[in-house]
Ligand binder design. Structure first.
Ligand SMILES: [Zn+2]
Length: 424
């Protein structure tokens, strides 16, 4: 908890620069010019300053395990789950912890200071839970980690209700599930009922992998909305992926969307993963497989984006850059309107923070002194350039920094050597 003055910040809602004063880890003042003595000062140099990135969907127990024990040849979700099943019995808590800690450092350097990570509870043991609870505690001064008890192989299909409850008893924060991976639609529905009732009884948030499939008849989201409303969990439940919505009949969707609004269901799309995993069995034209993001936003639903995977059985790439995630969503969903582009930025910052129910988030007086200085001028340029994170500040302390990136051309005339490369 330290003091810091950040000079010359360009903020989302101000045309002129502002100074930000952080005292005792909390934002105390935001004004045109703040002069204080004897506290550390950094200069944002008229760059864009944003609250930290928030990743609303990740799998930290699987990250950085790419090619262990082999690669996913088909690139499908189902081969990824099979591959994870092969890897699981060989995992140790130490190996999970080592990879997760390395990953957290990547995330922090990219300006992400909160992550919701699912952790598999469907195996023979709960070493993943133990490892990630340790990582959460070890990294708590730098990054908020929210854990979801996730029955990867199906709550009923893998008979792991006791494991899931044990994980929650151990301190896992959120109730997870995967209804489309249960044996039947009925079992999928039943799993949703059980999981939502557990969440209601324990006063917890819920976040289910839901309808991550190309099957337009995979309609578990309907049941999720119904149970959310029935149990009064409105605003506290998230549907992750929801890719079947891409393929649903338009008339049915027009009915469904009103149920999602009634339940105030939070939407979490995972653009990098959805675009590579969905549509694998299609001939041309191939479906994109992302959920209906513009329509959900227009209906007033809260939409957040997750990175989901970095170098694991499902995805061979990634460096945990949430701007890469926003960039992919913007392209795949035709969201090139100004407001739409900005909403893609919000989906990896303020909307994601809201979906995770983070306290004291945002650049405003009284909030946590957490911010990121990006080498760009606004949200849209951030998505366009995926620029350097010049400073990453947590509770008033600079926990990561990068020198401004400059390209030095060596062309024939001096004029051609001016840095005109990426200016708007
Ligand atoms: Zn996932």
């Amino acid at each position: 908890m330290t003091d810091l003055l950040v000079k010359n910040c360009m903020l989302a809602n101000n045309k002129d620069p502002r100074d930000i004063l952080i005292e005792g880890g909390i934002i105390k003042d935001i004004s045109t010019e703040i002069i204080v003595e004897k506290i550390p000062v950094i200069d944002a140099d008229f760059h864009f300053v944003t609250p930290p990135f928030v990743d609303s969907h990740f799998h930290m127990d699987a990250t950085l395990s790419y090619a262990l024990p082999r690669v996913n040849k088909s690139g499908t979700l189902l081969e990824g789950i099979k591959l994870w099943g092969e890897l699981k019995p060989t995992l140790t808590a130490d190996a999970i912890k080592e990879r997760a800690l390395k990953f957290c450092k990547w995330a922090i350097a990219r300006g992400t200071l909160a992550i919701r990570s699912h952790v598999d509870v469907s195996g023979q043991n709960l070493i993943g839970v133990e490892a990630l609870l340790d990582v959460k505690e070890m990294m708590k001064d730098f990054i908020d980690i929210q854990l979801v008890a996730f029955p990867q192989d199906g709550l009923l299909r893998a008979n792991c209700l006791n494991n899931l409850k044990a994980a929650l008893d151990m301190g896992v924060d959120v109730v997870g599930g995967i209804p489309h991976f249960e044996r039947t639609m009925e079992e999928g529905h039943e799993s949703i009922r059980i999981l939502c009732e557990i969440a209601e009884k324990r006063g917890l948030l819920t976040d289910l992998h839901c309808d991550e499939t190309d099957d337009p008849m995979s309609r578990h989201v309907e049941r999720l909305a119904m149970e959310t409303t029935r149990l009064g969990l409105n605003g506290r439940v998230a549907g992750s992926h929801l890719t079947s919505m891409h393929s649903m009949d338009n008339y049915y969707f027009s009915k469904l969307i009103s149920m999602l609004v009634e339940a105030d269901l939070n939407i979490i799309a995972n653009p990098l993963i959805n675009i590579t995993i969905q549509g694998r069995q299609d001939n041309y034209p191939k479906r994109r497989g992302l959920t209906r993001i513009p329509e959900q936003l227009n209906a007033g639903l809260k939409v957040a984006f997750g990175h989901d995977c970095v170098m694991d059985p499902w995805y061979p790439l990634g460096s945990h850059d949430m701007l890469e995630v926003a960039h992919m969503a913007l392209h795949c969903c035709h969201m090139t309107g100004i407001n739409e582009m900005e909403s893609c930025f919000d989906a990896v910052t303020i909307n994601a923070a809201s979906v995770l129910h983070l306290d004291n988030y945002g650049i405003k007086k009284g909030s946590n002194g957490d911010l990121v200085v990006l080498q760009c001028k606004d949200k849209i340029e951030a998505i366009r350039l995926k620029p350097a994170r010049l400073f990453v500040v947590r509770r008033g302390e600079v926990i990561s920094s990068t020198r401004p990136v400059r390209y030095e051309l060596n062309l024939r005339s001096k004029k051609e050597n001016e840095d005109l490369l990426f200016k708007g």
